[in-house]
Design a protein around this ligand. Structure first.
Ligand SMILES: Cc1cc2nc3c(=O)[nH]c(=O)nc-3n(C[C@H](O)[C@H](O)[C@H](O)COP(=O)(O)OP(=O)(O)OC[C@H]3O[C@@H](n4cnc5c(N)ncnc54)[C@H](O)[C@@H]3O)c2cc1C
Length: 441
């Protein structure tokens, strides 16, 4: 049997290893277009703050790992898939035949059509190559503008802030992490970041980026001095020269000086190379409960596909690593003829932002059922529970460091809460007891 896996991220790697466990004799080719050993994007923030070196980001640390498993790791880009001839075409012209194909090509950062986004000094934070460039530019005291305070943007925010840069975050939504948390939680996070010295602009867009010292600049009397005035003394005192960097224009009329702009404006699945293949796509590749596409013998996994959502039962892209690895595992079982259904993934995000833990699970914004909120802004604590009949369907928390896994457990299992529902409506903080009572009891 010939297995070909396109994409050497967490989904592809777990799939390749699982296939090897289940089929000792098959030929496995793992194709990835990045010039690195397979690595985890999740580890990039740890690399940026110096907690780990580049090797620390690698998914497997033994350099012979894939060779020992007889997994052929090919570092090329797949340009085309032809389901009629069971072939994938590589960017060096090679054609590879498969019996079973997995597409695990992940997602790429969106680059909004904003003038100046292609200037030197403007980077996404998605790949290890991006991280190397950011590490060079985000030096202590430098001025950094981060576009986007979504889930990944807020993770990047923490890494940048820990590099002691002068950081301004610009988010077009009315609050931080608007697709993960409500106004109370998002604004609590914003206040926390500001208390830690990060400047946050919400409800604001970056409208354009310019070289700070270009010709047009000189035609506008006073713009450079305005720019320099706009930066804090820390930036100018330690020798930072905003006039050598970028000028970032915001929709609120502000102008920011920056040595580095980091773009974190969402991601889109990597499906462009599938054009003409006949594979059904929507936001991502469409799959069934076995991660099968509409073509026999072709599967998809991870950020590139729309897998089952455990709560809504609909199919969505859940661009998080635990979903990617579970997709990879389940796809591998099905590719090797071991029937296995994917039970569905939970929409789930947990952040540690400069010491403040926040989380959201399931249908955090609610489905119109009963809900309860506990707000303690002074102590940076927030809890919101959303119910449908006597089940917990969604939750958000800020400042809760213990037992938040119990919220996930209650939502994911969909266990009827019985008498515990009234207890939680009166005292939502007792969710751990409810978990023990209903699941472990
Ligand atoms: C900074 C950062 C922090 C994150 N933190 C978290 C976190 O804390 N928790 C969490 O759950 N998730 C986090 N994520 C998201 C997580 O990294 C992704 O959900 C995960 O990487 C998805 O895995 P994947 O295998 O589907 O795709 P990817 O990891 O993107 O791997 C896909 C691979 O396929 C390659 N590829 C694409 N097209 C082709 C082609 N045509 N031919 C060959 N190869 C191709 C890509 O270059 C890539 O190497 C973070 C992401 C970033 C960027």
């Amino acid at each position: 049997m010939r297995y070909v896996i396109v994409g050497a991220g967490p989904a592809g790697v777990v799939a390749a290893e699982t296939i090897r466990k289940l089929d000792a004799d098959g030929t496995i080719t793992l194709i990835g277009d990045e010039p690195e050993p397979p690595y985890s994007r999740m580890a990039i923030p740890y690399y940026l703050v110096g907690k780990i070196g580049e090797e620390g980001t690698h998914l497997r640390h033994d350099p012979d790992h894939f060779r020992n498993l007889r997994i052929d790791h090919v570092q090329r880009r797949v340009t085309r898939v032809d389901p009629n001839s069971n072939t994938v075409v590589l960017d060096d012209g090679r054609h590879l035949q498969y019996n079973q194909l997995l597409i695990a090509t992940g997602a790429s950062p969106i680059r909004p059509p904003i003038p100046g986004l292609d200037l030197p000094g403007v980077h996404t934070c998605w790949t290890l190559a991006d991280a190397r460039r950011i590490a060079e530019l985000a030096t202590p005291g430098s001025h950094v503008v981060l576009m986007g305070a979504g889930f990944v943007g807020t993770i990047v925010l923490e890494a940048l802030a820990m590099r002691d840069v002068e950081l301004t975050v610009v988010e077009m939504g009315d609050r931080m992490v608007p697709r993960m948390m409500d106004e109370t939680a998002g604004n609590m996070l914003r206040n926390w970041c500001e208390a830690k010295g990060v400047h946050v602009r919400t409800g604001t867009r970056i409208t354009s980026i310019h070289p700070a010292g270009n010709k047009e600049e000189e035609d506008k009397p006073g713009i450079l001095s305005r720019l320099i005035d706009a930066v804090t003394p820390a930036g100018t005192e330690d020798g930072a020269k905003p006039e050598d960097g970028l000028r970032v224009e915001l929709s609120n009329g502000e102008t920011l000086a920056a040595h580095l702009v980091v773009v974190s404006a969402g991601v889109k699945p990597n499906i462009g190379f599938l054009e003409g293949s006949g594979l059904a796509v929507d936001q991502g590749i469409l799959v069934d409960d076995h991660l099968r596409t509409n073509h026999p013998g072709i599967y998809a996994a991870g950020d590139v596909c729309q897998g089952r959502d455990i709560m809504s039962r609909e199919f969505h892209v859940h661009a998080i690593q635990p979903t990617a690895t579970e997709h990879g595992r389940v796809a591998a079982y099905n590719m090797t003829g071991h029937e296995m259904a994917f039970v569905g993934s939970l929409n789930m995000n947990v952040l540690d932002t400069l010491g403040l833990i926040s989380s959201s699970f399931g249908v955090w914004e609610g489905k119109g059922g009963q809900s309860v909120r506990l707000v303690d802004e002074e102590r940076w604590r927030y809890l919101r529970l959303e119910f449908e009949e006597d089940r917990l369907v969604g939750a958000q928390s800020v400042g809760m460091t213990e037992n938040i896994g119990a919220l996930r457990g209650l939502i994911q299992t969909g266990v009827p809460l019985g008498e515990w529902k009234d207890v939680l409506l009166a005292q939502p903080q007792r969710f751990m007891e409810a978990y023990v009572g209903r699941i472990q009891g």
